[in-house]
Design a binder for this molecule. Structure first.
Ligand code: COA
Ligand code: AMP
Length: 631
């Protein structure tokens, strides 16, 4: 299958195509300008439109008569709690929490940082910000205080909304000490923290700064949505780049709403009343788009699952949720199914549940490896759709269409993320920016303009949008992924070509980990590279050269360094493999040859650059690194 008629129209006449799709949105003021250019010379969608994203996700459905329908299901095997909220109930709670925020002087354009586990209050806080036109920035609960502080300094939130704790299977993680520490480290000081007290941990509140969620909501009134411009920011979501400083991806309101409604219908085939489960976390882009905004804007029922694919209590957990709530489509990361497949290789748990409602499985966050693809297809007998996207795009760049336009299913291919979605003009380019022939690998780039819903800018750093994505290939957005398109038009995403790695579907920067390791007084230099892992896809490997005269034992130093990554970045970095070596391969100008290191680890043919300082280091390191994956 090459381009569909939709894709051809979206690429040749983007304005006509997206103007028509914008009809899906209940605008306050319908846009007349469809595609234009802003002051940073970046394109923007629907510039003169006005809307409110919270209204679209909640009030609109109540007005349409769906008030009694379940909007959100909270299922928490870690606490044993289950709770359902109808569209009317959720609207009322969100409208009240918006009043709570407003009482703290949060207005249109102000930032609110949200640090919460997978509980309904996270959704309520996000939607309440959207209701006010305030900009939320959700930080994943697995990040440590230092990472929180970096985000506080960049986003400069007026208020922080948090829960008293998160729960990782049986481990209770108090959040308040992390927040207090982050605020202490940060230069910017938020005015208030609003804390939702969970039964498991009662956080101590600081007078004059911290407020109790429930006490505030008890005295709040419901307030209406505030109209915002299409181009006003809805949220900032920080993601890892190639440097130590995370990038604040900014999402607008109007383009995002169009993309959400379009994708729910055309990629996921969802209708109002269907149940869509994105088994991810609100701290990631998947959570923003398909636990919260897309699913609710489409009038579907969403699920917030506070648990894991395994051990809460077993490898049947996902099937139990799908059966219990009659889930129509499930979206998660391949690592979740690798974990399930490892514990339940024969799919025995599948037999315990009625999965007749489940129509399709969607995977993203990392490449769906062929073995997991085949296992899932065989065990579930369902269409298994790998689809490729990024925090920056906010929705899928490639997927397999629901049908070929005549009702025929389009076959999926193991290892492929399908075909470019309408509006994403994907090309594979070589180093000099020319398109490579079918089947040949290159850099995966998207010809501009990007369709609605993609990044509006990098918060407070528009220059980084240009330097990070647009300058390598003029006229294109460089995705940072490598891959190829085969003769039949299937796109294969083979992995990052920069220093970003994907660990259990979590995007992490090796550069950031290197910064933490180098800060240790014993470390002379270091490199962190991603190595293959059968469960998490990739895990980081740290290679450290220590300074002369350091007396600490290697063992102690290794555990100190691992601990510093946990303290500064968080446990999700999963830096569990760390080697102390004599020297690293470098160029004469001192640049560490990371690509050469990766080739050594993967057992590939090593291209020794002519600029190498001393090629003897390759011989010294080769066998150690080649065996690292077997260790
Ligand atoms: N808050 C605090 N800590 C967290 C956390 C959170 N929200 N999420 C993870 N962590 C911690 C874990 O407790 C673990 O700590 P430990 O090293 O002390 O045990 C560490 O971070 C690594 O966690 P994780 O990557 O989840 O590994 P795991 O071995 O505990 O679990 C899987 C493996 C595959 C079950 C798990 O990674 C998983 O469910 N993956 C799916 C990911 C996903 O849905 N991604 C969304 C992208 S679409
Ligand atoms: P994130 O921004 O956290 O969503 O991570 C985006 C990155 O995850 C992409 O640039 C890819 O490297 C990887 N990724 C996401 N989905 C896929 C997929 N379906 N196939 C291969 N890689 C993927």
């Amino acid at each position: 299958m090459k381009h569909t008629a939709q894709q051809t129209l979206a690429i040749n006449s983007p304005e006509t195509y997206w103007q028509e799709q914008a009809e899906l949105v209940a605008w306050y003021k319908k846009p007349q300008t469809i595609l234009s250019t802003n002051n940073d010379s970046w394109h923007e969608w629907f510039a003169d439109g006005e809307l409110n994203s919270c209204y679209l996700a909640l009030d609109y459905h109540v007005e349409q008569g769906r008030g009694a329908q379940t909007a959100l299901i909270y299922d928490s095997p870690v606490t044993g709690k289950k709770q359902k909220f109808s569209y009317s109930e959720l609207t009322s709670l969100v409208a009240k929490f918006a009043d709570v925020l407003r009482a703290q002087d949060v207005n249109k354009g102000d930032r609110v940082l949200i640090y919460m586990p997978m509980i309904p209050q996270a959704a309520i806080a996000m939607l309440a910000c959207a209701r006010l036109g305030a900009i939320h920035s959700v930080v994943f609960g697995g990040f440590a205080a230092n990472e929180l502080a970096v985000r506080i300094n960049d986003a400069e939130p007026k208020v922080i909304v948090a829960a008293s704790c998160g729960i990782e299977i049986a481990k209770v993680i108090p959040y308040k000490p992390l927040i207090d520490e982050a605020i202490e480290i940060a230069v910017h000081q938020p005015k208030n923290c609003i804390i939702f007290q969970r039964e498991e941990v009662q956080a101590s509140l600081m007078q004059n700064r911290d407020l109790d969620w429930q006490e505030q909501i008890d005295v709040a009134v419901e307030i209406p949505p505030v109209p915002v411009k299409s181009t006003d920011p809805l949220y900032i979501l920080y993601t890892s780049g190639t440097t130590g400083k995370p990038k604040g991806v900014v999402r607008d309101n109007g383009g995002h709403a169009v993309a959400m409604l379009y994708s729910m219908k055309n990629i996921y085939g969802m209708q109002p009343g269907d149940t869509f489960w994105a088994a991810s976390d609100v701290g990631w882009v998947v959570g923003h788009s398909y636990i919260i905004y897309g699913t609710l804007m489409a009038g579907c029922t969403t699920i917030m699952y506070e648990g894991k694919p395994i051990r809460t209590p077993d490898a049947g957990a996902f099937w139990r949720v799908c059966a219990e709530y009659k889930v129509n489509a499930l979206f998660t990361a391949p690592t979740a199914f690798r974990a399930i497949g490892k514990e339940d290789p024969h799919g025995d748990f599948l037999k315990d549940y009625d999965l007749s409602s489940l129509k399709r499985l969607y995977l993203a966050g990392e490449r769906l490896d062929p073995a997991t693809y085949h296992w899932l297809k065989e065990k579930t007998q369902l269409p298994v759709i790998d689809h490729w996207w990024q925090t920056e795009t906010g929705w899928a760049i490639a997927s397999t269409p629901l049908d070929d336009g005549c009702g025929n299913m389009i076959p999926t291919k193991a290892g492929s993320a399908g075909f470019p979605v309408a509006g994403f003009n994907v090309e594979i380019l070589n180093a000099s920016g020319q398109q490579v022939p079918a089947g040949k690998q290159g850099s995966v780039a998207i010809k501009l303009p990007l369709p609605p819903g993609c990044l509006a800018t990098i918060y407070r750093d528009p220059e980084r949008l240009t330097s990070g994505y647009l300058s390598t290939y003029p006229g294109y957005y460089m995705s940072g992924d490598g891959g190829y398109i085969d003769e039949e038009g299937y796109l294969f995403i083979m992995g990052r070509i920069d220093d970003v790695i994907n660990v259990a579907g979590h995007r992490l920067s090796t550069g950031e980990m290197e910064e933490v390791l180098s800060a240790h007084p014993a470390v002379a230099e270091c490199a962190v590279v991603g190595i293959n892992d059968s469960l998490k896809g990739q895990v980081p490997l740290g290679l450290v050269v220590i300074k002369n005269g350091v007396n600490t034992s290697d063992e102690d130093l290794i555990s100190e360094l691992k601990q510093s990554i946990r303290n500064d970045i968080g446990a999700i970095a999963s830096l569990k493999k760390l080697l102390i070596i004599d020297r690293l391969p470098k160029t004469r100008s001192g640049k560490i040859l990371r690509k050469t290191l990766r080739q050594m680890i993967d057992g590939q043919e090593i291209e020794i650059p002519s600029t190498i300082e001393d090629s003897q280091v390759i011989t010294e390191l080769s066998s150690t690194l080649l065996n690292i994956n077997k260790a």
